[in-house]
Design a protein around this ligand. Structure first.
Ligand code: MEV
Length: 321
């Protein structure tokens, strides 16, 4: 076999963002919007990448200098992923890679992490088929840290394992939860959030108010643990209330925004069981839980104040197409 196509899901954080960077648990769900990669082994030792979604076309360089020199922004994760894989599993040929996505990189669904997982997953299938999912996770997480320096790896866990996970960084706990019927609705702010900038902003606040922020993280950890129970009991009313608590704490970290607050409050007023921002904050998406008749009015509220994105959660992890 010398060519393969794989795909991996994007993600949405349900509870515990930011605190998860500091060792607290979070809950993440994989979504049915996927990243895809086709990887072909070639004989000439040349790396060739097409990633049209991030404006990379016909990008080429010799295999022996991967990870060196100027790398276009859209190629960084994939090139580093290949570099990291080949450091552990040497190979003397070349590679042609094409990545393409079901979703826009602006949504904050984790396109860089999902493309990293796709490339490492495809190389594993082609060059080392006995590689375990946990090793794919570890190599992918290392790649993200090499490129962006920070992050908990929850998005990598969602891309590799799929489903809905109770996760503790750096992958010490990756526990699947039964959340097939999670009644989640998604609103998009239209604003791109920058995760590293936001992690740094929260860090600054924590330097000024270390004990207060630690107490917030502790409380978020407790919400994630209670959230795990609520998910398993399919107690959406309680999970909605935990969303609202978590949103209050994220406000205290300073990562909400007018647009997020508008979407969140209008979803609640339209009858949502709870609503919160999802991810780094100050943009990207929010999530709302609804049951029964309220679904239609919550969707209308999201459409009025931003963009409603129709997705299913609890999607399958990394898979061969
Ligand atoms: C970003 O989507 C979520 C953060 O917790 C960062 C991370 O966990 O890597 C802010």
């Amino acid at each position: 076999m010398s060519t393969i196509t794989v795909s991996a899901p994007g993600k949405l954080m349900l509870l515990g963002e930011h605190a998860v960077v500091y060792g607290k648990p979070c809950i993440v769900t994989a979504i049915d919007q996927r990243m895809h990669a086709t990887v072909t082994l070639t004989s000439e030792p040349l790396f060739h990448l097409d990633a049209p979604d991030v404006q990379v076309e016909n990008y080429e360089k010799p295999m022996n200098i991967l990870g060196e020199g100027d790398i276009p922004k859209g190629a960084k994760f994939v090139e580093q992923a290949v570099h990291n894989f080949l450091k552990k599993h040497p190979y003397s040929g070349g590679l042609t890679i094409r990545t393409f996505s079901d979703f826009h990189a602006q949504f904050g669904f984790g396109s860089s992490s999902a493309s990293t997982v796709c490339v490492i997953g495809a190389l594993a299938k082609l060059l080392n088929p006995s590689m375990e999912k946990k090793e794919i996770f570890d190599l992918s997480y290392q790649t993200v840290l090499d490129i962006q320096g920070k992050g908990s790896g929850f998005d990598i866990a969602a891309a590799v394992f799929g489903g809905t996970l109770f996760y503790v960084s750096p992958g010490t706990t990756i526990e699947p939860l039964d959340a097939l019927e999670l009644p989640l609705l998604i609103g998009y702010t239209g604003v791109k959030a920058d995760t590293v900038t936001l992690i740094n902003e929260v860090k600054k606040r924590a330097e000024k108010y270390p004990q207060d922020i630690e107490r917030i993280y502790e409380e978020m950890a407790s919400l994630a643990m209670r959230g795990r129970e609520a998910v398993e009991k399919k107690d959406w009313k309680t999970l909605g209330e935990l969303f609202d608590f978590n949103q209050g704490l994220l406000e205290s970290l300073g990562v909400s925004s007018l647009k997020l607050a508008l979407l969140i409050h209008s979803a609640r007023e339209a009858g949502a069981l709870g609503a919160k921002l999802s991810g780094a904050g100050k943009g990207d998406c929010m999530v709302a839980l609804t049951e029964g008749n309220e679904k239609k009015s919550v969707i209308e509220a999201l459409q009025t104040h931003g963009q409603y994105i129709e997705i299913a959660c609890h999607a399958e992890g990394l898979r061969t197409e």
